[in-house]
Design a binder for this molecule. Structure first.
Ligand code: FEO
Ligand code: CA
Ligand code: CA
Ligand code: CA
Length: 565
């Protein structure tokens, strides 16, 4: 712990040791409690809907907080605090009746799983007893796999997104596998569709296309949706998968608003969406495609924005770029256009991965969250790990040689790449890059797998994933990695949240999660005195101590009432 203490100088908390138990641990002087758990009511009619033995009924499944909490953002709406938060996926063995054995046996059981995923919008308030969800708030809303949406941008309405149910290709239903998050400059929520491919299957002939194989579509659906909901059967609706894998904008201030899928930002396995601005006021969105050997992207709007100005077209009219890193620590954003890729515009956006390959984009070690430093012109991407780096090409994609910001073969630890745009302008196409940290284990290895100099026995971790800057410029790093605490992961314990000083490189462990979980999603109350942290797929019976494990958002605060971070 002494090396952990030495790192503490830059932070106003005492770093903590690893943990391997089924609890949350925080530094001295910090407290926590659950804010909301899977199955908790967002509306009073669902009060008591959750049972530790049987979970939640299908009738109540769209009136409770969804499962497997992920990215989230807090908004202030007319003096109310509202959290919009993703529910990424479901554990059918936890959600479905025991006799289903983890596979839905009816359309109702499919609907239950569909309802537990998507997005929850919910008002929260400090009742004097810490933060709670405000039941029946007019802003509370559940968005799930059947919620009506619209699409905009160049691929909206194209033949690739037309289906039997929606021949115009403008009205998709639902948002799938909502992973990380983003917040627009104008106060709306961005939810990011990640492993959407896994929801599709076939009850008829196999359907094989280059696009399906590059995106991993064509096997059996992971939840058997296709057996009870023809929309997910690619032998009947081969274009339905093209309607997912997008960035979706939701207005948390209007519960009647229709979410919009923005095709201009490209279709891939979106992790999160980090919005900032170019020097001239154009809107910039950095995005990662979380798959071994896939790419990093940047969208730049054609129009500009300033406070109070209209936002029309900002996320539907612009240019998508893909990142190329050079070994000399420079890099460039390559514009994806019909001219540069030889692809028709809608096809190029629907199959952004294939467009990126045509330009020779750099295959990355699974790009997870991207975070933009609010205090200086630079951004960070968590490259979580890549067991295939240098060993196998990406499935359906490109070779993945070792090099640049992906310097290790069979990379089980991950690293965080940082780039600084040319001319301190996020609108520029050139950048320089370095590695902020290369995770590793210095007690097991004395080579590159020991990690970079800012990794010590006192702060080590693996598989950085969630990443959020606070307003003071601290980079919060959340992990989704190996929690066996054995072999090359010995001494790293459960998944965790760490604070990074981006000036000195120092990193200090702030929180450890319960065994089995990943830590993902972070936002703050308006006064910054409470941090909300997501605990996804916990093990045991966390947090209730009995019954099923329940993915939850926890509230974290300081006993002395100061801000967190
Ligand atoms: Fe849903 Fe890449 O994490
Ligand atoms: Ca993630
Ligand atoms: Ca992950
Ligand atoms: Ca996850």
């Amino acid at each position: 712990a002494s090396s952990a203490r030495a790192q503490a100088a830059a932070f106003d908390f005492e770093p903590i040791d690893i943990a391997t138990d089924y609890d949350i641990h925080l530094p001295e002087g910090y407290q926590w409690k659950p804010l909301v758990r899977w199955g908790d009511a967002l509306f009073s009619e669902a009060e008591g809907a959750y049972s530790p033995e049987t979970g939640v009924s299908v009738e109540m499944s769209d009136k409770v907080f969804g499962e497997n909490t992920d990215g989230m953002e807090l908004f202030e709406v007319d003096g109310r605090q509202v959290i919009a938060v993703n529910s990424e996926y479901v554990n059918p063995k936890i959600n479905l009746p025991a006799d289903s054995e983890g596979t839905p046996k009816s359309a109702d059981e499919v609907r239950m799983l569909q309802n537990f995923q998507g997005v929850s919008v919910m008002e929260v308030a400090d009742t004097g007893n810490g933060y709670e969800v405000v039941k029946d708030s007019p802003l509370n809303r559940r968005i799930h796999h059947n919620t009506p949406m619209t699409m905009d941008g160049p691929a909206a309405g194209s033949t690739l997104v037309q289906t039997n149910a929606d021949p115009e290709g403008l009205s998709p239903l639902g948002t799938l596998n909502n992973c990380g998050s983003g917040k627009t400059l104008w106060g709306t929520y961005l939810t990011c569709e990640e492993n959407f491919n896994g929801y599709f299957g076939t009850t008829g002939a196999a359907v094989e296309t280059d696009g399906f194989s590059r995106y991993g579509i064509g096997g059996e659906g992971r939840y058997a949706y296709e057996k009870f909901d023809a929309r997910f059967d690619i032998s009947k609706e081969p274009n339905e998968p093209h309607r997912h894998g997008w960035i979706v904008e939701i207005d948390p201030s209007n519960p009647d608003s229709t979410p919009v899928k923005h095709t201009a930002l490209g279709r891939f396995k979106h992790e999160n969406a980090a919005m900032t601005q170019a020097a001239d006021g154009r809107v910039v969105v950095y995005m990662g495609d979380d798959e071994r050997g896939e790419f990093m992207y940047k969208y730049v709007s054609n129009g500009t924005w300033a406070e109070g100005q209209p936002t029309d077209g900002l996320l539907s009219d612009g240019t998508l770029y893909v990142a190329k890193f050079h070994d000399d620590q420079t890099g460039e954003w390559l514009a994806l256009t019909p001219e540069s890729t030889g692809m028709e515009m809608a096809d190029m956006l629907v199959h952004a991965r294939m467009a990126g390959s045509k330009l020779g984009a750099t295959t990355m070690d699974r790009p997870e969250w991207i975070a933009v430093n609010p205090l200086k012109p630079e951004a960070y991407c968590a490259l979580t790990n890549n067991k295939n780096r240098g060993v196998k090409p990406n499935a359906g994609g490109d070779e993945t040689p070792v090099g640049g910001p992906n310097p290790r073969e069979t990379n089980n630890f991950g690293q965080i790449v940082r780039w600084r745009p040319e001319g301190e302008d996020h609108g520029a196409t050139g950048f320089t890059w370095d590695l902020y940290v290369m995770a590793g284990n210095p007690t097991v290895y004395d080579n590159a797998y020991a990690g970079s100099d800012n990794v010590t026995p006192g702060n080590m971790f693996n598989s950085p994933d969630g990443m959020v800057f606070d307003s003071k410029g601290t980079l919060w790093i959340q992990t989704d990695g190996n929690y066996s605490n054995e072999g090359e992961f010995e001494g790293q314990g459960n998944n965790q949240m760490l604070a990074g000083n981006t000036e000195t490189g120092e990193i200090a462990r702030f929180m450890t999660g319960p065994y089995g979980c990943e830590v993902t999603g972070l936002c703050w109350s308006a006064d910054r005195k409470t941090a909300f942290v997501g605990i996804q797929h916990p093990g045991g019976s966390w947090p209730d101590g009995e019954g099923k494990p329940r993915s939850s958002i926890i509230a974290v605060w300081r006993e002395d009432g100061a801000t967190v971070g």
